[in-house]
Design a protein around this ligand. Structure first.
Ligand SMILES: [Zn+2]
Length: 335
């Protein structure tokens, strides 16, 4: 196994080259948005550094004593520090255990490795204790910190780590990867109208949860909402029964796609087969960008309502937004 995901390949090559030259650092910070496989990367990297196979390999061999210990989850030179439901932050006693762990000589290879995930939920005492390790790392220590929000880590910790900044792949790459997953798992729903906004692993999880269908229903419903005899209340209630965040995400993607269509671009983040493409293009042209941007403002307001008030009813937010949409369509036809 090389990089666990194709969008991580460049980072992998850089680290593999450091390993080959014998210039690996003592601490790495793997940071970036959720859903990009950072933890899988940290695991694969640790396994690769521990592998005892001959020089020149760009990935763990999977077959040596070290790789077999890794596979049986009993490698004595690898330690994982993480959180639990009862203890949602990394605590100082966990970091003290790390100090003890690094104080021992490696059993097999030259390195002892610790993976700390998620490193951004560390309290000040834990961070200070970790800083001590980072300031004077034992020669064999390799510390891998993984987190979604590096900004929450003390700058003194960040500055002592080599950064691996993971960013989402381009839309085409996400699409190609999702197509590969679908080829392997034929039970996944078709993502013909799946919005490609979001990290690939998040998109895959949404497909696996059968969520590819929201946009498939939303696009024709948004198009049909302009008809006078359309039962708006029934439609609003139908969407109101779903998850409010998913609805806002999907609705916003469709509006953004329409704005791009107004500007003469094909919306890259949305896979739009016919007749969805024509339906959207027609509605977009009849509304124009000014009205569409006003709807985007409504979406932002709705997100604000959901964020600010804990007792907010998602169905009311969805229904209000739906009627704002119907209004925009009606003022269009009477203007
Ligand atoms: Zn190996």
């Amino acid at each position: 196994m090389n990089a666990p995901y194709p969008w991580l390949a460049a980072h992998w090559q850089r680290l593999a080259a450091s390993r080959a030259r014998g210039t690996l650092g003592h601490a790495y910070l793997i940071a970036g948005p959720e859903g990009l496989g950072k933890q899988a990367f940290a695991e694969a990297f640790a396994r690769y550094v521990l592998c005892e196979a001959e020089e020149g390999r760009t990935a763990a061999c999977g077959d040596c004593r070290s790789c077999r210990l890794y596979a049986s989850a009993s490698h004595p030179d690898l330690k994982r520090v993480t959180i639990t439901e009862d203890h949602p932050t990394i605590r100082i006693d966990q970091v003290r255990e790390l100090v003890d762990f690094f104080a021992l000589k490696p059993h097999y290879q030259r390195r002892r490795i610790a993976i700390v995930h998620p490193a951004d939920v560390m309290n000040r005492n834990a961070a200070n204790a970790l800083l001590k390790i980072l300031e004077e790392p034992p020669p064999s220590a390799l510390l891998i910190l993984v987190c979604h929000r590096a900004g929450l880590l003390p700058p003194t910790v960040v500055s002592r780590c080599q950064r691996v900044n993971v960013t989402p792949p381009a839309w085409d790459e996400r699409l190609a990867w999702l197509a590969e997953q679908r080829a392997r798992q034929p039970t996944l729903p078709d993502f013909a109208t799946l919005t490609l906004q979001g990290a690939p692993l998040t998109l895959l999880a949404r497909l696996e949860a059968g969520e590819g269908t929201l946009l498939t229903e939303l696009i024709p419903a948004m198009h049909a909402a302009g008809a006078r005899n359309h039962d708006q209340l029934a439609t609003a209630r139908q969407f109101g029964g779903g998850d409010v965040q998913h609805f806002l995400d999907a609705f916003e993607s469709v509006i953004q796609a329409m704005i791009q269509l107004c500007a003469g671009h094909a919306p890259g983040h949305l896979r739009l087969p016919e007749p969805a493409h024509s339906a959207l293009a027609e509605t977009a042209a009849s509304l124009g960008p000014r009205r569409l941007f006003a709807i985007l403002d409504e979406v932002a307001r709705a997100r604000g309502v959901v964020l600010r008030s804990s007792g907010v009813r998602g169905n009311e937010v969805i229904e209000n937004l739906w009627f704002a949409w119907v209004d925009a369509l009606r003022t269009r036809t009477t203007a």
